[in-house]
Design a protein around this ligand. Structure first.
Ligand code: ZN
Length: 549
């Protein structure tokens, strides 16, 4: 049989049966031969493209286990970027300039602020945005766990003193009970009507992301909240791109369901199943149900759900553990119904309390439905009780870790220590412990929380757990993993997480031909230079989708 393409080089297959190879042959989009050079000769025909890459490295296509492509892509194209470490003045100037430059926009959206002392004791307020623009302004914080909005935004939506509180979030109010312009967690939902993008805008956003990340070797991604703005527009956009043959990356999506006022959790799962059938195609599928079980930290108050209370004075006084957005009964029902409909469940759990509760819910659901290979996943995993790790292994729960977060940021660390105390801060964000316990570990960035979020950067950080050359940023070095573990987490285990390891994730005969060619061997280079490797080519389904100029 003549192959369409044959590649010679240093092939790292991520296939345990045959970890290294010197040649791979590809026909009809799949690997038809993986082995030594001599064996590949039989596949050379008159039309075979033969390429040789000596000195570099060939890996399976790289994956992203939790990247908000839709919101990130549209955010990059249609919103203002706030400087993470900027002052209030910087933010106001940026919003004003952006609003003046974009008279075509009806709402000014932005992201990337951190509440800072210069915003006053009440944190970010609508009053601070007075005079910047007459249009509604909606600004997300760096972690997308709160919105800071102006009076025009609240006026447009009729949000005022009489707007009732929500059970899964916080409407911050002034002394008179008026919403002050800061909406946390579930309260953000109230503003969602102002954050809707059109199908066309999402198409542009996905293509923008795809072009940038194919050039960094990424061929597989989970968009963990495809209904970010409360619409099906992002799913529809992916579907249309897929039908038109423009989706070059494998995009899996999760549909987020809620338990709060105005939501019917079970009906939302049914809707996701209907959306899956309506939009499923060769490169796109709504395959997961997403649960946002808790929030995050640092905050005022923090919202990640912890077994032990936060350590700041207010939290100590109130025995504040954080905030859950679903109760046990609903969470268990979500697992049950999702499993019945063939969905994997993807849970956001930042606090150890949220992880333990997730595992309890899975146990209860499986007691009724019986064990099955569901590949439920928990992500972020910032504070983890070691006692829960073996439970993850036993229940077959995938740990979707965030190596991109594995360094100590001098700007944030004091805030985190104040919130959760020295010990929990020092032990944050494990990875090695999951591998050691036999948990399947994959890798994610939470893009655009991390932006850019290139896979090689994540791999490097998982190995060194600091910024290159900056030892003061070293964080929890006992949880460093090997480059081989990072490669597995970024390739085969991503495919495992997304239930497509039967056809993706390794360079194995019969699997779809997704691969990336690097100019250096990242298993032998100085770990501080893993991220300096250049992607020379990226292949998806046997076609070159990126070639380095
Ligand atoms: Zn996320």
């Amino acid at each position: 049989m003549a192959a369409d393409k044959i590649i010679y080089g240093n092939i790292y297959t991520v296939d345990r049966e045959q970890p290294r190879a010197a040649a791979a042959a590809i026909a009809d989009g799949r690997f038809v031969y993986v082995g030594d050079e001599a064996g590949a000769k039989a596949y050379i025909g008159s039309g075979t493209e033969v390429l040789r890459y000596d000195g570099g490295m060939i890996l399976p296509g790289l994956g992203e286990g939790h990247g908000h492509v839709g919101p990130g892509g549209t955010e990059a194209l249609f919103t203002v970027h706030l400087n993470l470490f900027g002052t209030l003045e910087d933010h106001l100037a940026a919003v004003k300039e952006f609003a003046e430059k974009h008279p075509e926009l009806d709402v000014i959206q932005g992201a990337g602020f951190v509440p800072t002392p210069d915003m006053g004791p009440d944190g970010p307020t609508a009053d601070l945005l007075n005079g910047v623009t007459d249009k509604p302004v909606v600004l997300a914080d760096m972690g997308h766990h709160s919105y800071w909005v102006n009076h025009a935004a609240m006026d447009r939506l009729g949000i005022d003193k009489n707007t009732p509180d929500v059970s899964d979030g916080i409407i911050v109010r002034d002394a008179k009970g008026n919403p002050n312009g800061y909406f946390r967690e579930g309260a953000m939902d109230l503003l969602k009507p102002l954050t809707v993008f059109t199908v066309e805008q999402y198409k542009q956003g996905f293509l923008y992301y795809q072009e940038e990340y194919l050039a960094h070797g990424e061929t597989l991604v989970l968009d963990p909240i495809i209904n970010w703005d409360g619409t099906d527009n992002a799913a529809q956009a992916c579907h249309e791109l897929d039908v038109d043959g423009k989706l070059k990356m494998h995009v899996y999506a999760a549909y987020q369901v809620f338990q709060a006022e105005g939501h019917d959790t079970m009906a939302e799962i049914e809707h996701a199943a209907e959306l899956r059938e309506r939009t499923k195609g060769p490169m796109f599928e709504v395959s997961n149900i997403k649960i946002q079980l808790d929030g995050g930290f640092p905050g005022n108050p923090s919202t990640a759900y912890m077994k032990e209370p936060y350590t700041d004075p207010w939290s100590q006084e109130h025995q504040h553990h954080g905030q859950l957005r679903l109760d046990m009964e609903t969470l268990t029902a979500v697992f049950k119904r999702s499993h019945e409909l063939g969905f994997t469940v993807h849970v956001h759990a930042i606090g150890d309390g949220a992880l333990a509760m997730t595992l309890d819910a899975i146990e209860r659901a499986l007691a009724e439905t019986g064990p099955h290979d569901y590949r439920d996943a928990v992500t972020h995993l910032q504070v983890v009780d070691k006692a829960d790790i073996p439970r993850m292994a036993k229940l077959g729960v995938v740990a979707v870790t965030d190596p991109h977060w594995f360094d100590k940021t001098p700007e944030f660390d004091p805030m985190i220590v104040a919130n959760i105390g020295e010990e929990r801060a020092a032990n944050q964000l494990p990875m090695k412990s999951f591998f050691d316990a036999g948990v399947v570990v994959s890798s994610a960035s939470d893009y655009p929380v991390i932006n850019p979020a290139y896979p090689l950067v994540g791999m490097q950080k998982g190995v060194i757990r600091q910024l290159p050359g900056r030892s003061e940023t070293l964080h929890n070095p006992g949880e460093r993993v090997t480059i081989e573990q990072m490669i597995e987490a970024t390739t085969l285990n991503e495919a495992y997480q997304l239930l497509c390891d039967d056809r993706l994730g390794s360079i194995t005969v019969g699997k779809e031909a997704d691969l990336v060619v690097l100019d250096q061997d990242i298993t032998t280079c100085d770990p501080e230079h893993i991220a300096d490797a250049t992607v020379l080519r990226t292949m998806v389904g046997g076609s070159w989708v990126y070639i380095h100029a």
